[in-house]
Design a protein around this ligand. Sequence first.
Ligand SMILES: Nc1nc2c(ncn2[C@@H]2O[C@H](COP(=O)(O)OP(=O)(O)OP(=O)(O)O)[C@@H](O)[C@H]2O)c(=O)[nH]1
Ligand SMILES: [Mg+2]
Length: 284
Amino acid sequence: MKSVFERIKNGLKKTREKFHQFLKSDNIEELEAALLGADVGVKASSYLIEKIKGKSDKAEILRQEITNLLKTEVAIKEFEKPEVIMIVGVNGSGKTTTIGKIAYQLKNLGEKVLIAASDTYRDAAAPQLKIWAERANVEIVASEKSQDAAAVTYDAIKKAYAKGLDVVLVDTAGRLHTRKDLMEEAKKIKRTITKLKPDAPDEIWLVLDATVGQNGIAQAKIFHQELGITGIIVTKLDGTAKGGVIIPIACELNLPIKYLGIGEGIEDLEVFSAEAFAQALLQD
Ligand SMILES: Nc1nc2c(ncn2[C@@H]2O[C@H](COP(=O)(O)OP(=O)(O)OP(=O)(O)O)[C@@H](O)[C@H]2O)c(=O)[nH]1
Ligand SMILES: [Mg+2]
């Protein structure tokens, strides 16, 4: 069994290569090119370059600075059970897979979890989620007699109250941030949740695909404006050298990063920690 740290390091393999490529060089242009190549973005790259100019212990300075950039203040919220967590994002970003992985983690921590299959848009969505619910060994509520997404969500939360469950994970259909109609559907799901539990959804997490790089930031801003995002999950870090995008995501959105997806398997999800991420990125 690999340690969590080794797993993040492994998941960040391609991004790590970008960082380590030029770390030993004294050439600032090369280092800047590497940071931009890892999708750290112009603003954060310039900031980091200023910090390491003329310094010998670049890796250690970068580690500290990146840790600081990634830290966001998170207010601890009091909430009543069931905690309702709505998951949103563009098509194919990894929402359904991530819900399977979160359900599995929470279940292993002893939580009673229910998944709401509130993606009623795509026919294959509920069967895909049922497989994840089976793997994670948690309950699922899916559409009966072609209910709409809000109706499924309603039934799921009712059930969670009736059975005294701890967490409801609400899967939603992928939507382009530019599609008004679909954004309205997401708002309707949100309103349905609020009807059953005032102040809920307790969390609305946006799933961003790291391979999209900087474009994810523009997506996130619109989702945040429309729905009020409370946290970010970054997926597919294993397949990309653009993992540095986490830095501008955290800085520009000022939202906490919750989890990192580092593979397609049920265990390939890590709870985000700024320290662990920066260390995994820069340690030899
Ligand atoms: N390598 C890798 N693949 C991932 C990760 N997370 C999800 N995927 C893959 O991304 C693809 C899409 O994942 P889904 O979970 O279906 O994405 P979705 O956001 O639910 O998609 P829609 O419901 O169609 O919007 C699948 O092939 C997943 O296996 C990850 O962290 N790493
Ligand atoms: Mg899905």
